[in-house]
Design a protein around this ligand. Structure first.
Ligand code: NAD
Length: 365
């Protein structure tokens, strides 16, 4: 029986709707296994900009530092805060959390449920056997490189972004991928654009060097464009994919369609900081704030609920409890319930709160 402190940053749009259901599920895990989850709520994103003048305040950063883990919803989606000319962008909250808490490894597992093979736009036979993990570098590359600006020149406007990776940054994320592959099917696919980019050539060289420390794990290199194609053609050929920040961002949105919807995909962002219970981490669904469906009780809460399961596994070492959540999700889907995004004729469509209730109840069985 443990006592765990969790900073809950629900954010904007559907963020609070899906986090409410993840919390409901956690509370039932607490009841069943006798754990106490101390939840401390704070604002991020648009809500924080309006109330506190910043996408994430220093006080909220300190709360996160003191916690054992962070459960995060989504930020953004309000047009007046969007775009490069907006002074404070809601997404800055996430970038600050990732950078200042050194959460450099983003884990995104993609394991389509059997009962949902028909929900994907990809043919079910192509999806058979798919069980992959994308390990995305999260604190470097184009999203953090400086300069990054639009500037005036005598010829008119120009813009620049900077893609920079140090060997150390590449080494630690590639090692993470190899370590994780050891607990899986022992295959790492390193994805780059080494035929064009210098950063990718250093990435490839570093991956080859690290691979020598893991003779039991096989390494293949794939260009990012080929990987995008292969993810749709034969997704079961992958075990662990490791790649840089922007490639990982794009490839995982594509890969989410293997699982039927973005609303199904959880993620964990980890660094090296240890707490009394395990590795400190931030857990969030891969989707955004979905302004088109926000406030309508239509969002699929499963990605947020599975993110809570990842938190139990990676930050609290509660493997059985994590598995209980994953099994509950599977049971509810197999019983024929579908969220709006997974609509299937002949199945019962349920809204956010109802899906959360069904999964939470399946835990107490
Ligand atoms: P999005 O992920 O919010 O939505 C894309 C599409 O998927 C929409 O049609 C949406 O309705 C649907 N969708 C997403 N999550 C769903 C769920 N749980 N259930 C059902 N349907 C779901 O991406 P977007 O529309 O490009 O971005 C909206 C805002 O979110 C933008 O401001 C963007 O910057 C922000 N964003 C935030 C994060 C984050 O907080 N981590 C990530 C991505 C995008």
């Amino acid at each position: 029986m443990g006592n765990y402190s969790i900073a809950v940053l629900a954010g904007d749009g559907i963020g609070p709707e899906v986090i409410e259901q993840a919390v409901r599920v956690l509370q039932n895990i607490g009841k069943r296994y006798g754990h106490t989850f101390n939840l401390q709520y704070a604002m991020v994103g648009v809500a924080a900009i309006e109330a506190e003048g910043n996408a994430i305040s220093d006080a909220t950063m300190q709360l996160c530092q003191r916690s054992d883990a962070i459960l995060f919803g989504a930020v953004g989606g309000i047009p007046r805060f969007e775009g490069p000319n907006s002074k404070i962008q809601p997404e800055r909250a996430l970038f600050r959390l990732r950078k200042e808490l050194a959460l450099y490894a983003n884990l995104r597992p993609i394991h389509p449920l059997k009962a949902l093979l028909n929900a994907s736009t990809i043919k079910p036979e192509a999806l058979q056997g798919t069980d992959l993990l994308v390990v995305r570098e999260l604190t470097g590359g184009l999203y953090f490189g400086k300069p990054s600006e639009i500037r005036e020149t005598s010829q008119g406007l120009e813009a620049v972004d900077t893609l920079l990776y140090s060997e150390k940054e590449i080494e630690r994320i590639v090692r993470t991928a190899f370590e994780l592959a050891r607990g899986r099917r022992k295959k790492v696919t390193s994805v780059d654009k080494a035929n064009v980019l210098s950063t990718s050539r250093l990435w490839r060289r570093t991956a080859d060097r690290i691979a020598q420390d893991y003779p039991d794990v096989s390494l293949e290199h794939l260009l990012v464009d080929t990987c995008a194609m292969q993810l749709i053609r034969q997704p079961s050929s992958f075990d662990v994919i490791v790649t840089e920040n922007m490639f990982g961002d794009i490839l995982t949105d594509e890969a989410s369609m293997l699982a039927g919807s973005m609303g199904m995909l959880p993620s964990a962002s980890l660094g090296t900081r240890e707490t009394a219970h395990g590795l400190f981490g931030l857990y969030e669904p891969i989707h955004g704030s979905a302004p088109d469906i926000a406030g309508q009780n239509k969002a699929n809460p499963i990605a947020a609920i599975l993110s809570a399961a990842m938190m139990l596994r990676h930050s609290f070492n509660l493997k059985q409890e994590a598995q209980t959540i994953e099994t509950a999700v599977e049971m509810v889907i197999e019983a024929g319930y579908r969220s709006v995004d997974l609509y299937e004729p002949g199945k019962e469509t349920v809204h956010t709160k109802e899906m959360g209730r069904l999964i939470a109840e399946a835990i107490t069985v």
